[in-house]
Design a protein around this ligand. Sequence first.
Ligand SMILES: NC(=O)c1ccc[n+]([C@@H]2O[C@H](COP(=O)([O-])OP(=O)(O)OC[C@H]3O[C@@H](n4cnc5c(N)ncnc54)[C@H](O)[C@@H]3O)[C@@H](O)[C@H]2O)c1
Length: 353
Amino acid sequence: MDKKIKIAIIGVGGISGCHIDNYKKNPDVELYAFCDIDEAKLKMKGQMHGITRLYTDVDTMLAELPEIDAVSVCTWNSQHAPCTIKALDAGKDVICEKPMSINVEDAMKMKEAAERNGKILMLGFVRRYGRDCRIMKDLEKEGDFGDIYYTKARYIRRRGNPGGWFANKEMSGGGCLIDLGVHVIDYVRYVMGCPKPISVYGATFDKLGNKGAAEGEWQASSSGGGICNVEDLAVAIVRFDNGAVLNIETSFELNGESPTDNSIQIFGTKSGAILQDGIKIYSDIGGHMINTTLCEPSSADFSEMFTSEINHFVDCVKNQKQPISTAEDGVLLMKILMGIYESAKTGHEVILD
Ligand SMILES: NC(=O)c1ccc[n+]([C@@H]2O[C@H](COP(=O)([O-])OP(=O)(O)OC[C@H]3O[C@@H](n4cnc5c(N)ncnc54)[C@H](O)[C@@H]3O)[C@@H](O)[C@H]2O)c1
């Protein structure tokens, strides 16, 4: 594709800024149209970014602008499936924000729509595109971990329910697990070489409600009707078909010491590693235990990972190649998340198909 790729954004709220800013920096892209059901926000964002093709309805935009090549879906979660399927059926390549949807059935319909139309559906698992994840993946590919058999991921906020639609289950599909847990479950599964999840056992709690996000935490830019009916803590064990296990803890609200407590730990037969303000590697040299830090930046840099994610999507559209984070990955993640919610409800392990 020699001409510039015409991109439309569906949902121009908070996260769309990370897509828009990076499209604007990419020489292969023409940022072409915006769509949002909130007309005031749409006009404001149009003015801010010099976009004049503004639509409050996805169908109208897709019908009136057949020249659009690709779309970023940045709506709240319950609208990912309808907007993505419409864009794919209109012949557009799509990047959809995480989580893929609010249930497994919708996720499978999205994947089928991509296959039916022969179009790209990339999942916005942005953590895969960070330099920290690239380093972890290099270690895995080179065999430096050996056999990875245990992993731990924590994504804890002490006070960090974003409120608005995030707290309304009908719009979000759930709380901290589907919003934060999804990031680190996908990260660990990717570093492990994308094994198939076979069972989950989990518990969720809604003990603290929404105490309001602390300063600096993400806040919704759209209302959810003042409802809070999502979990504030989720803990789970995920078992994969290669025998490896992931232990996950994630919260919107938790009465622990730190405002945030985020880490990813990988344990292999040759070495282990932790990502927490940079990567540290635990191994043996000459029969002695050794801890290694990297002589290059290795912490998670959010701005850089969004640049890398959006550039990857543009490259995939331009060269019509499959992305690193696929619809298949999105479906498997939805199976894990929904399995954990089911397990929390029944108190039993859930076997995934
Ligand atoms: N990758 C990340 O790190 C990250 C961070 C934050 C949010 N997100 C994801 O991004 C998505 C949006 O989150 P946000 O914080 O930007 O929310 P937001 O409320 O700020 O923005 C969502 C926008 O979508 C619009 N919208 C909803 N339904 C629509 C429809 N059918 N057609 C057109 N517009 C529609 C809303 O009016 C709103 O402006 C969510 O899926 C969230 O999980 C990802």
